[in-house]
Each structure stands twice: as C-alpha cells, then as structure tokens.
Write a protein that binds this ligand. Sequence first.
Ligand code: ZN
Length: 306
Amino acid sequence: MIVKRQTTPTLTALEINHGDMIEFERRNGRTVAIEFIDTKAEIIRTTLKQPGTEESGATTIYRFWADCKIAGTAVRLEREVGTQASFYEPWEMDGVHIWLDAVDDIFRFMRETHSPCRLQENCSHARPGRRHARLVIQDASVRICPETVAPWCPLPPAGLRIEDCYRGEDCWLGAYDGASAHGGLDINHPKGTPLYAPIDLDDQFLYNATATGHNNNRWRGIRHWQDGKVWVLTSCHMTHLTVPEHTPLSSGTQYAEGAGVRVGVAEHSHFAFAVLDHGELIRIDPWILFRQMYQDQTAKQAGADR
Ligand SMILES: [Zn+2]
C-alpha cells in the first residue's frame, strides 16, 4: 500500500505494515519514499524468571528495529528501551526527521496492561492483526508544531534521566514490572510540583477524578491545529487542578499541582501524548514533546543572555 503524507505545520504520526511505502512530501515539494520491509523486537536482558510475566520490581531492557528503504537506500533504524537511550534523537534522512516510535513485535514479550500503547488493528479483513510499525515524521526544517513548547513541569536541568522514571523503567513503552509496556512517560518529582500547559489548549478537563470515585486524577488537554490535526495531552496523579475545567489555557499557565495521588513508591507525574491524524488517534512518545521543550528553553535562555 502506498501511504501519501505531506509536510504540515505539525508532525505526522502513522502506523503502517510491512511492505507499505510512505511517500512523504517535503516542504520544498520533493517526495521522499520510505518503505518498511521488516520489523523485530528482542529482550536484551531481564530479571524475570519468565519473560512476559510481571514480577514486582523486575527490570527488562529490550531493543527493536525496522529494516527500511529510504530514498532507495537500505537502512536499519534501531532503538533501545529502558535505558538512557530511550531519550533519543530522530533520524535525519533525505531532509526528513523520522522517529521510530514502536513496532508491534514488542508485544510478543510485553503486555498492554499499563495504559494503552499498542499498535492498532488493521481495519481490513484482507489484512488481519495489528499494524507493524508506528512512526512520526516531519520535514527536517519544520518544527514539531508552529509554537514554542513550554515546560510541562519544571525540567530537570541535566535532561531526563531513566533513573527518575518511577523505579527507573517507566519511560514510554518501558517495562513496568519487567513485562508491561508503560503507556506514558513518568517523571519523578515531589508532591505539589506545578504542571503547566505546554502549548495553548482549546479545552482541558479531568476524565477521571477521585472526587467521582476513581482511583486517580487523570487530566486531558486538547489542541486543534490549523492543519486539521488534534493533539491530546494527558497527565495523571495531580493532587488538584488550579484552573476551572473546560476553559482554554495559554501556554505556560499552571493548571495543577502534580505527583500527589496514587503515586506508588515514588512521587511522580505520568505524561502521555497522542495525535489525531487522518482520522486515527496515534499514541506516541511524550519524549518528542519534552525534547522540544528542552530545545525551546535553551533557545529562550540564549535569547535572554544576548
Ligand atoms: Zn506512569
């Protein structure tokens, strides 16, 4: 199948199958062909007695890769999850940035019991099963969105550290209890840490609240972009919101005090990110947003120093 996408002011997120060809049109009108030939995942090391079966506090580190042909050249895109390498740079090839977000082969040895993060089912009967690969693409000369991205929480000055993702495992798709792909990014910080809107939001609200009998406060912020895409930002474990629900928020506004409800063994906030693109809600790594927050913070500081 040929999947056509073009550069728009916000990133492109999609899930595809082996044999699919993405024709991505760059800002300059040139098209880059990206073909996914094969994808695979394997455990590098684990403390589990039985891979795939959760054990409290167990750790699993794994890698996954995609063999592709990009603009006619064979390339292997390979990633590691559960180490510092989880915070990765996109590949830049032929003028496009490519983030390889996930492959479904991960779920041979991982479960999806810790927030949704698995790839979607194919809709057609001709092709049963899940999509094979999830990726994010943007023209290398275009930002992930047209606005600066403000810190979602106070950013650890030295960058995100895997040790500070709950017990050192809960990055995006990290192995919670050694066997469950973590459907979000956890950042450890003390109860009461302020959370801010990273971008202008059209709407925001708690979709689960302890006040209505749920075990957690789970918040969602929504942004409709002019190019038709919708971003859905999620945060969990807030003690309370500091703004009324269902009001628009401008970037940088505090909306909650975080890390205070159902935080387990380490006070932390849980962040998730999804993009509604071509009618499909694609869940992707919040690190892509945090990476931009760090870049925008550095640029702002450089501007202030000048
Ligand atoms: Zn979490």
